[in-house]
Design a protein around this ligand. Structure first.
Ligand code: ADP
Ligand code: MG
Length: 429
């Protein structure tokens, strides 16, 4: 899709937004009749866009508008408005495939790069809940349904070759957002880059080691190539715990502006990486040690269940009569064919797990040495304590990325994480 978004685009500040929303009858009806009484608050805590919460007498909505640049950095870093188009397209597709697990879409204006959606309330960003050691009993079931449904049904296992290629084409223009990932996740943390930062001076030595570690450079480059050259399925593209809003009973995935057709392990790995970072950060946060231990046990169980449940649901969808062009049913007739296909499904999942382990590692390293950090670690005030937690996570991540074959099952990952929980790294400074 092309088009001149700049044409009618303007940034909607509070007063313009009120007028705009008052002019859309469905939204006006939803909020209640007195536009002047609507309460409008900008809440965007993300890195890229404006997000407003609007509340009227009758109800509330969330309004997201893309800016022509990266919000975190400013006008010096332009970024196409078309990302709002891809986010809307991805949300629409995810709503069909995983109903109830994304916010309902209420309105979209392509020229304004603006989307109005259901107000998620009292949901909070999951990452904030995890920092406070809150457990989410619905999370495993919901996130694994989301991933299995969205990844399976946009893959060659479920689609005809023509449908699949139309899907790839529909998202191919989102390359500026992919490039951010290619640079910030797969390249910059491993070289000198202006935007890198880490807990200095404690991690200076480790940062230098990463820049010299050619085994690691090969491993991250293989992952980068896989990210660029494997359009397996429609990815969310940024599926970290800051893109998930939760209550104890509900899970909603937000913010798919990085969506494109890529390798499935990138989404699954993002979820696991963020749970593992919450695990390593936990011991750095103050709270009764007993509570923390129980929470950490829950986190590692969750890591295991996320993979196991995802794999089970994905395989169930595949076994339930996949009609995609990937493995033609006619080639696997009879008992012998069925047995070979089942063995192949298991091999496929082993390969997907290896990808997941590698991508999870990449997501951990970027949060510790790259541009965008996360509050799991950042809210640990004592920098030495923070660096200790971060170094443990990095040690696991390096092993996962370079010695991926040493982690054939998810229990190997959680086992290694558990062993590193009290490991004391040698810090610089
Ligand atoms: P960005 O793309 O800039 O990262 P996000 O989509 O992550 O923006 O949204 C930024 C913040 O706005 C979220 O962290 C969340 O607090 C809030 N938010 C976004 N969508 C909603 C929604 N539908 N309901 C309530 N709050 C929301
Ligand atoms: Mg975001």
């Amino acid at each position: 899709m092309t088009g001149d978004w700049a044409g009618d685009y303007r940034i909607l500040h509070e007063a313009d937004l009120r007028d705009y929303l008052a002019g859309v009858s469905e939204l006006k009806a939803l909020l209640g009749d007195e536009p002047s009484s609507w309460e409008i608050t900008e809440v965007g805590d993300g890195n890229l866009n404006l997000v407003f919460i609007v509340k009227g007498a009758r109800g509330g909505i969330a309004v997201k508008q893309a800016l022509p640049y990266v919000r975190l950095v400013g006008e010096s870093w332009p970024l196409p408005l078309s990302r709002a188009h891809y986010e809307y397209l991805a949300l629409s597709r995810q709503a069909e495939l995983a109903p109830g697990l994304v916010p309902a879409l209420l309105h979209h204006n392509e020229a304004l790069a603006l989307t109005v959606m259901e107000l998620l309330e009292p949901h909070i960003i999951m990452r904030k809940g995890l920092v406070a050691a809150t457990r989410y009993p619905r999370f495993v079931d919901d996130i694994t349904t989301f991933m299995a449904q969205t990844l399976f049904f946009t893959s060659d296992l479920a689609l005809s070759a023509a449908e699949k290629k139309q899907g790839i084409a529909a998202f191919a223009g989102n390359h500026a957002l992919c490039k951010i990932t290619e640079d910030l996740i797969f390249t910059d943390p491993y070289r000198i880059a202006e935007q890198n930062r880490w807990t200095s001076p404690y991690l200076d030595g480790l940062a230098a080691e990463l820049r010299e570690d050619m085994d690691l450079h090969i491993a991250i480059s293989r992952l980068k190539l896989k990210f660029m050259a494997s359009p397996e399925a429609l990815l969310h593209g940024d599926l970290h715990t800051g893109s998930i809003m939760v209550t104890e009973n509900e899970t909603r995935v937000i913010d798919p502006e990085f969506a494109f057709y890529g390798p499935m392990g990138f989404d699954v790995g993002a979820v696991l990486a963020n749970l593992l970072m919450a695990y390593f950060a936990s011991s750095g946060h103050e709270r009764a040690p007993g509570d923390r231990r129980a929470f950490e046990t829950w986190l590692l169980e969750t890591v295991e269940q996320v993979w196991n449940e995802f794999a089970r649901k994905f395989l169930d969808l595949w076994r339930a009569g996949a009609e995609g062009d990937g493995y033609p049913v006619s080639l696997f007739a009879g008992e012998k064919g069925a047995a070979r296909l089942e063995a192949e499904r298991q091999a496929y999942m082993r390969r997907l797990f290896a990808d997941t382990v590698g991508f999870a590692a990449a997501k951990i390293i970027r949060r510790i040495f790259g541009l965008a950090h996360n509050i799991d670690f950042e809210l640990i005030e004592d920098p030495q304590a923070r660096a200790t937690c971060e170094a443990r996570a990095v040690r696991l991540a390096r092993a996962m990325m370079v010695e991926t074959a040493a982690f054939p099952t998810i229990a190997d990952v959680t086992g290694a994480a558990r062993k590193l929980r009290d490991w004391m790294p040698e810090l610089s400074g």
